[in-house]
Design a protein. Sequence first.
Length: 337
Amino acid sequence: MNRRLSIAPMMDWTDRHCRAFHRTLTAEALLYTEMVTAPAVLHGDQQRLLGFDAVEHPVALQLGGSDPAQLAEAARIGEAFGYDEINLNVGCPSDRVQSGRFGACLMREPQLVADCMAAIREAVSVPATVKCRIGVDDQDPQVSLFATVDACAAVGIEVFVVHARMAWLKGLSPKENRDVPPLDYALVRRLKRERPHLSISINGGITSLDEAEAHLDDSDGVQLDGVMLGRAAYHEPAILGQADRRLYGAATPDVDAFAAIDRYRPYLAARLEEGVLLPAMTRHMLGLMHGRPGARAFRRILTVESIGPGAGLDVVDRAVDAVREAEARLEQRGEAA
């Protein structure tokens, strides 16, 4: 599996509709589910929690938890659903996660993380991987990051995605934890330099494909294996339309916003037939026209008109028309000038 680009697991955002939409823009990037807790998988509605469309491949399931037996069983279920990877969340800083003894607080317990990963690895044949922070609270990240990675590597784990920030579990909200702790990209590069046999992807604060390419540059002798984009991919998804060419060397043309919507239409139509409401799917498209004439009208139509009774693909068509008309007016003004 080529990990040069992946889209981060983001709670309330990277659901199955979001992933199907992102796949219209990039055929190559590895997509991740929202985090699903192991107890939820074992005791909840598995089809609702884990079901996905075949168009999403390659797609990874991210689990939350700290009980090796539960995680192993949840991983087996995830593999049976067809996921291409099982990932353990060792980075989420929310209060709910802390009270459940999983997420970023596990950075304090590297051996427990290793025990969890050993159980997952034993349970499935697909890759078992870790997404972690560089440390939490008063830890020394130069110690905590290596302790977590080395403990997992000792039980056969080879793939790590590192969010290059500490998580401050005392005094910062989850939202603040995405921005306030300083980024330490150099530490992640040092990890790869000193553990070259491991697959190391970098995550955190990366806002463009230019920055992604810079992280993948090996002029300092370090070749990171991948970059994970989060909020940038969600708020400005059109950038993903260039990813296959720029990051994978694909000979296929870039996918523009209009082409992405055309590709998304069959998925939208199929889900509408199943009774899925339009805004559940179009909410992930709101940033697609970012920076283009008519972008505000595009967002307004998708937000306001999609909630009407019986709203269907005609709403999407009107939103697209608003952008095309705004661009045509701008072009006419330019010609008149």
